[in-house]
Design a protein around this ligand. Structure first.
Ligand code: ADP
Length: 440
């Protein structure tokens, strides 16, 4: 569909509305004026006749209506207005006979004595066998009135059109201008400028739009900054193991004595470090680029936690870490691999950040339908807390060489839980943190 400018749409609607309104006025006030006038006059006459019949008495001073009660060929009484062209005495007697034989008579007569073009409307109703009530009135030509109204309508139309133009101009200023300001801000944001301030622009909806845009710009700026940090962090994380791998490999080639198991293990560890970094990055890009489909099946979550722990515990036992599993069995429809990955990410973080006792506690709570992972580390700063589930966020001081950190793990956990209609959150204090996977 071809899109039109809001100003043009306003002009069209307002102009259309005004034209229709003027046409209606033209139709009723000018084209149908004569018919309406006649109809109303005739109804007035009929109404007066009915009134006289009911009261058997002429008590009307109604404009220009002559009413007569005729009985036995004689005019018994006649109203105040029965003079001039309306007092057609002889005619009335003949009309009286006509009424007596037809019950009701309606006649449109040319006025003989009145102005040229005058019409007289005569209406008679039989009351009894020899009695009738007959009324007559002038139907004036209304050409002069029509002419006046036509001139009036011309001026009404001219004023209306000017008024519509002014209204459109006013609305243009009130509605469209503020929208253009927001559009300019959006264009500015699209060019990568994030300093968009919330503006007061005259009405609530556009103010809300401006405030949403300003909020979006701040969030985008944060993500942009985090992305930049990620690139520098990843570059650092990639460079260090690569330097070590090539350094040790060179050493083993150059010096035959150095060609030993310990050095090969260093190379292997560094290669593993690289692999897990790349896996994390691939994983998060999968969450970003494709719609994830869950392979849901009933699983015992306690068993899933147990599987994760036994695979990790083996690796970290030699470094003195202990992972303790408590809780009870509960069965839920989940994607096994994704939930295992979420537990894995939390357990690995627990190992990285736990305190000197090197303990990580995993608790499966069937009642509350949640899995928690607790460490005994230093906890998480208040100001970092709101960001840790965001992609690429990692606490600056946590970025030590000893900890392979991409700031992706928790964002993957959150995405997995949202896919399961659940949530992931954390409670933290100076004595450690507990991360929760909460199911519905
Ligand atoms: P990564 O651990 O790779 O940096 P995550 O998304 O898993 O990425 O974590 C983001 C940040 O959250 C970490 O850099 C760290 O600052 C903080 N964090 C995560 N888990 C813990 C924890 N158990 N204790 C303290 N801080 C944590």
């Amino acid at each position: 569909m071809k899109t039109k400018k809001l100003r043009n749409i306003l002009i069209r609607y307002f102009a259309g509305f005004t034209i229709i309104l003027l046409l209606i006025i033209y139709l009723f006030q000018i084209v149908l004026l004569n018919d309406f006038y006649k109809l109303i006059r005739k109804n007035e006459v009929k109404h007066e006749v009915t009134k006289v019949i009911n009261q058997d008495f002429i008590n009307t001073s109604n404009n220009d209506i002559c009413i007569m009660i005729i009985e036995n060929n004689e005019i018994k009484s006649s109203g105040l207005r029965c003079s001039g062209p309306l007092s057609l005495e002889k005619d009335m007697i003949s009309i009286y006979h006509n009424v007596l034989s037809n019950n009701v008579v309606e006649l449109n007569e040319k006025s003989v004595k009145g102005n040229k073009g005058d019409q007289i409307f005569i209406y008679g109703q039989k009351v009894s066998i020899n009695k009738a009530v007959i009324a007559s009135t002038h139907l004036m030509p209304i050409d002069a009135t029509k002419h006046t109204l036509t001139i009036q309508l011309f001026w009404i139309s001219t004023f209306s059109i000017v008024l519509v133009m002014l209204l459109v101009l006013f609305l243009n200023r009130k509605i469209i201008k503020p929208l253009l300001v927001v559009k300019e801000d959006a264009d500015y944001l699209a060019q990568g400028n994030y300093e968009i301030e919330k503006k007061e622009l005259g009405y609530v909806e556009v103010n809300e739009l401006s405030s949403t845009l300003s909020y979006a710009s701040k969030e985008l700026s944060k993500i942009d900054q985090l992305q930049m940090e990620l690139i520098s962090n990843i570059t650092h994380d990639l460079k260090t193991p690569l330097t070590l791998i090539s350094g040790y490999a060179q050493l083993m080639i150059d010096i035959p004595n150095e060609n030993n198991r310990a050095n090969a293990e260093i190379i292997l560890n560094e290669a593993n470090r690289l692999t897990s970094l790349v896996t994390d990055i691939l994983e998060i890009s999968k969450f970003r680029t494709s719609k994830q489909i869950l392979e849901l099946e009933e699983y015992d979550l306690y068993e899933l936690a147990k599987e994760v722990i036994s695979s990790v515990a083996e690796l970290v036992r030699k470094d003195g870490f202990e992972i303790i599993l408590t809780g009870n069995h509960f069965i839920l429809n989940v994607d096994k691999y994704k939930i295992k990955q979420a537990i894995y990410n939390l357990v690995i973080n627990g190992i990285h950040y736990t305190g000197k006792d090197k303990k990580v506690l995993v608790h499966v709570d069937g009642e509350k339908k949640e899995i928690s992972v607790t460490d005994t580390g230093l906890g998480i700063n208040e100001e970092d807390l709101q960001y840790i589930f965001q992609r690429y966020y990692r606490e600056q001081k946590a970025h030590k060489r000893a900890i392979l950190s991409t700031g992706i793990g928790l964002s993957i956990v959150k995405s997995i839980m949202h896919l399961h209609n659940g949530d992931a959150y954390v409670k933290t204090s100076g004595n450690g943190s507990t991360f929760y996977l909460k199911f519905k």
